[in-house]
Design a protein around this ligand. Structure first.
Ligand code: CA
Length: 684
């Protein structure tokens, strides 16, 4: 008995000594082992304002305000903001996502749906996920390989890959729990670039492709199994077949039965699907119609529901609660897929549950999200396609001749906004303290597409007017925005700065040179009493292949990274300047004829030119600088897909050997022109 007791005592003492000596290490082990990964649930999401140290959705809260109540970094000390850490993504294409931070872990996504899980305090990688193995690179992508984010929910990370697969990943390890192909028809030009959205029991994803021949839809999958719960097509299919969803019966009446159905109709949902737990509704905007020109698309006209519309669905049934078409019978590539901000707003004395949106067509929309009724629609950029939106009917009153592109203003003939819109995918921010929405706004028109002006615009949604404007660089410079209770608005720039502005006045209070073009929106979080501001950095999106000479991408390349800043941080590492361009190499002898070169030029313009601009430092390879080996292997590269991993899809299903030879002849002629232009003129 005694001995037994002693043994127990010895054991107990040994354990306690061990525990005492190793308590710190044990605590660390325990915290790592028991660290919660991705534990976001409805309760946490609905109390996000009480826990501003977390950033739980792409826009922080369920309403996607892109506003944080954190104020450690504020107007009085933002001058001391400096570098905290960086994480290199080892990618060279666009980074558009906003990271999510929960319980000290940052999750974000890369160009084709890579996922990075990092220690949010240090930027050290925990795991990465890369869907690009065996991923077919799509020949149809209007606007770069891009991904606008993830959703994190109850221990899982949801992401869509560029080729339209939806993944459920274990938030702790990155392992695939399930994977599902969301593309209804791979023969059409579908890609997925938006973030999935968890809504009640399902996760919802859409896709892009209305620039090609896609028919828009969203799909909902059960969280646990990945099984399809429902699919909602936004536009009808050819007449004579059953409607996939009952809402298409009404929609079909707004299309000419002789529409060009093989083009799919458009109406794609390529971003900004948003769940409203307060009303148990899912909202999304739909894209343009295909073709853009309604006469080509639906010769007898019509509104062409549900293109260019905001749609509200019940996530449990997939049935429509309401819709509001912002652009009946769209003609101008006016997607209304731009981010939605859900909030409560006092208008004329009563509080409404609203959606705020600055969509492409240029009217700042405030919509009652219970009913879909338009409460306010003021132009936040110059708008000439419509005079105003009739709030009684909800219909825009089109300008005379707006559809024939003959509309004249100040003696100039053009329609505003441009196909880029008054605002595009870049997140805007709603600051309830100032009552202002900060919009990366674009002012240009259909015929002045690449010469417009851009602004960081502080917009008073109630009064319907701009309060301040900060001019940005050019049409391509319009990065996402975040505001904070520190009285600050944060935004990156095309020439590689990360700026903080006074939220009330727009005065620039801090500017950090990063040397990387920024298009994504910043976010902020707090760990162990330290507030961090982070942003993904790399140029991309619409116009991705063009790098403006003033851009950081042109001067310093486009290596992607995630940057984090904090007070009293260090100096930000800046990528070195790129070396001067080498001379054009000597191309092989031209064996083509004038005829094949001409054929090749046409084929090049139809299939290749949207990526290969052949300008200095354009991001898709400059074919004037093809190395000799690429000439030798031209067929294998173009038809054989040997550079697929580098982003060059195989074209054997589109182009014949003879056609590729013709394209090669044309490129050789281009190369000779470039080569000869740099040779010193021979003296006679
Ligand atoms: Ca479009």
């Amino acid at each position: 008995m005694r001995r037994k007791l002693s043994a127990c005592l010895v054991a107990a003492v040994a354990v306690s000594i061990f525990a005492y000596g190793a308590s710190k290490a044990l605590a660390q082990m325990r915290s790592a082992a028991h660290r919660a990964y991705g534990q976001i649930n409805l309760k946490r999401l609905m109390s996000a304002d009480q826990h501003p140290d977390q950033w739980l959705t792409s826009g922080r809260d369920f309403g996607r305000s892109y506003y944080s109540p954190l104020n450690q970094i504020n107007q009085s000390n933002v001058s001391r903001l400096g570098f905290a850490w960086e994480y290199k993504t080892h990618t060279v294409r666009g980074l558009e996502a906003t990271p999510i931070v929960v319980d000290g872990v940052m999750y974000s996504s890369g160009p084709v749906g890579q996922v990075y899980a990092l220690d949010a305090r240090t930027g050290k990688g925990i795991w990465t996920f890369d869907p690009s193995n065996n991923m077919r690179v799509n020949q149809h992508s209007c606007c770069d390989e891009d991904n606008r984010g993830i959703d994190v929910w109850e221990g899982k990370v949801y992401v869509a890959s560029f080729d339209g697969h939806l993944y459920s990943l274990d938030a702790r390890t990155g392992h695939v729990i399930w994977k599902v192909d969301t593309i209804a028809n791979h023969a059409r030009g579908y890609t997925s670039t938006g973030a999935p959205e968890v809504a009640h029991h399902v996760v919802i994803i859409g896709n892009a492709g209305a620039e090609f021949d896609a028919r828009g839809y969203v799909s909902a999958y059960y969280l646990d199994t990945g099984k399809l719960a429902w699919r909602f097509y936004t536009v009808p299919g050819p007449p004579g077949k059953p409607y996939e969803n009952p809402e298409l019966k009404k929609a079909a009446k707004t299309w000419d039965p002789k529409s060009d159905w093989k083009m799919g109709g458009g109406g794609t949902v390529w971003d900004a699907i948003q769940y409203d737990p307060e009303l148990n509704l899912v909202y999304f905007g739909t894209g343009n119609g295909t073709f853009y020109n309604r006469q080509q698309r639906s010769p007898d006209g019509g509104d062409n529901l549900y293109i260019s519309s905001i749609v509200a669905l019940n996530p449990d049934t997939g049935r429509m609660a309401w819709y509001y078409q912002e652009v009946p019978g769209d003609q101008w590539d006016f997607d209304v897929v731009q981010p939605l901000i859900l909030t409560d707003l006092k208008i004329d004395g009563s509080v409404h549950k609203v959606i705020m949106q600055a969509p492409k067509p240029g009217f700042f929309m405030i919509i009652d999200r219970k009913t879909g009724k338009v409460l306010s629609a003021n132009p936040y950029v110059p708008v000439t396609w419509a005079k105003y939106v009739d709030l009684k009917t909800g219909r825009p009153v089109e300008a005379p001749d707006a559809r024939s592109f003959k509309y004249s203003t100040n003696g100039k003939k053009y329609i505003e906004p441009s196909p880029m819109g008054g605002h595009n995918w870049d997140p805007m921010s709603w600051d309830p303290q100032t009552g202002l929405v900060y919009i990366p706004a674009i002012e240009n028109g259909q015929t002045t597409l690449f010469s417009g002006k851009t602004y960081l615009r502080a917009w008073d949604p109630i009064r319907g007017k701009a309060v301040w404007n900060v001019p940005l660089m050019d049409w391509w410079d319009h990065a996402g925005v975040m505001s904070t209770a520190g009285g600050l608005v944060f935004q990156g720039t095309g020439d590689g700065y990360f700026n903080a502005y006074d939220a009330k006045t727009g005065q620039k209070l801090k500017s950090i040179f990063t040397g990387t073009t920024i298009v994504a929106a910043p976010m902020t979080y707090e760990i162990d009493g330290v507030q961090y501001v982070a942003v993904m950095a790399a140029w991309g999106g619409g116009g991705w292949n063009f790098a403006h000479p003033n851009s950081a991408a042109y001067q310093r390349g486009n290596e992607g990274r995630i940057l984090a800043f904090k007070l009293n941080g260090g100096s930000t590492p800046v990528p070195p300047l790129l070396p001067p361009l080498p001379p054009f190499p000597k191309p092989p002898a031209q064996t083509g004829t004038a005829q094949t070169i001409k054929e090749g030029q046409q084929l090049f313009s139809d299939h290749c030119a949207s990526c290969h601009l052949n300008m200095d430092r354009s991001l898709a390879p400059d074919l004037r600088r093809l190395p000799p080996a690429a000439h030798t292997e031209f067929q294998q590269i173009v038809r054989g897909g040997i550079l697929q991993a580098a982003g060059m899809p195989p074209w054997n299903d589109v182009l014949t050997v003879k056609q590729v030879d013709a394209i090669h002849d044309y490129i050789i002629s281009l190369d000779w022109q470039a080569y000869n232009s740099q040779q010193p003129q021979k003296k006679k």
